[in-house]
Ligand binder design. Structure first.
Ligand code: KG4
Length: 334
């Protein structure tokens, strides 16, 4: 089954063609990072306008790269939410128009499910599993007993991990998005600042990063006021050590409690090298830790096509040409 995936929830316009939720024939991504960089974050109105300029060309490129014709597509899958409403609308309307023109079924995909199913490209989806979803807007620990069965066991009580990374990066003068820069510098420094590890109460699977973020901000301000030099590499390493320790240990604890032999790491922050290294170092040998390659960690339409495929396989009745963009869509089981 050939699935056309469309993603436009934030600042990437992406169209992809994937066979059977696994074989990627094309995955074209037009990123706006360098447009938003100078504002220190995504400007929603600029993002939607840019999607409008790009979407038709990105569709054309995806078909050309896959060497397939529109008639060959069996299913259209589009991100319906969560995300920036103006951005989502562009992808949703483009996908709807295509589905109507070529009489294809259309399915709406939750962006977060997309991140989880990015793993189906390079790994077999096995259940039960624990998914750690870490992105710019989300931090969730999810138990999945089957396809599209999401039990959210833990989540952040304040900032998402990616958001904390971006704020810390800004405080030490690194460009947006800060996550990859903090990750890189962390590998050139050592955990000498010994920042707090926030585990919350005994047995909790929730997360909190705002205290850690404030600790970094206060530390940087105090050092500046005292005219002391901030050791940026060490500060990045200390921040990353604190974040990855809590993420990895809570995930492993849940996997052990629910007797899961598979852990899926998903979302933009799953590109973090420190996180991967810690999982590899701390996970017991009988647990398989699946992390997508970098190109499938951040926003892309291949992951939407994959999620759409498994969703449609589970319930083809979900196909609906009247679907609409939903900025605050929750991750729900079906
Ligand atoms: O999933 P994503 O592409 O967008 C959504 O939030 O949906 O995630 C973007 C986030 C940003 O906060 C970015 O700084 C972070 O992922 N990120 C990283 C790394 N690469 C991207 N954070 C830490 N380490 C990285 N290597």
């Amino acid at each position: 089954m050939l699935v056309l995936g469309v993603e436009s929830s934030c600042d990437e316009t992406s169209v992809s063609i994937v066979e059977n939720g696994k074989r990627v024939l094309s995955n074209v991504i037009n990123s706006q990072i360098n447009i938003h960089e100078k504002f220190g974050g995504v400007v929603p109105e600029i993002a939607s306008r840019h999607h409008v300029y790009q979407i038709t060309m990105v569709f054309e490129e995806a078909f050309k790269a896959a060497n397939v014709k529109p008639e060959d597509i069996d299913l259209v899958a589009v991100t319906e939410g969560p995300g920036l409403i103006g951005s989502l609308l562009i992808g949703v309307n483009a996908a709807k128009t295509f589905a109507m023109m070529y009489h294809k079924p259309l399915i709406g995909v939750n962006h977060l499910a997309g991140h989880i199913y990015a793993n189906s490209i390079e790994h077999e989806m096995k259940f039960p599993c624990v998914a750690l979803l870490v992105s710019g807007g989300n931090t969730e620990l999810i138990y999945m007993k089957d396809h599209f069965e999401f039990e959210i066991v833990g989540e952040t009580l304040d900032d998402a991990v990616g958001e904390a990374y971006d704020k810390v990066a800004r405080v030490v003068g690194l460009p947006y998005p800060g996550g990859p820069h903090v990750d890189r510098l962390a590998h050139e420094g050592c955990d000498t600042y010994h920042l707090p590890r926030v585990y919350l109460e005994e047995g909790s699977y929730n997360f909190s990063f705002s205290g850690l973020k404030s600790a970094v901000i206060n530390l940087a301000h105090n050092q500046r006021q005292r005219n002391e030099e901030i050791r940026v590499n060490d500060l990045c390493a200390s921040f990353q050590d604190s974040v990855t320790e809590v993420l990895v240990r809570k995930t492993l604890k849940l996997a052990e409690k629910r007797n899961c032999k598979v852990i899926i790491v998903a979302g933009g922050v799953s590109a973090n090298k420190g996180l991967k290294e810690r999982f590899m170092a701390e996970a017991p040998k009988d647990i398989e830790v699946c992390i997508p390659s970098i190109k499938y960690c951040t926003d892309n339409a291949a992951m939407i096509a994959c999620a759409g495929y498994f969703q449609y396989m589970k319930n083809p009745k979900l196909s609906d040409l009247r679907l609409n963009a939903k900025a605050n869509l929750e991750l729900e089981s079906m």
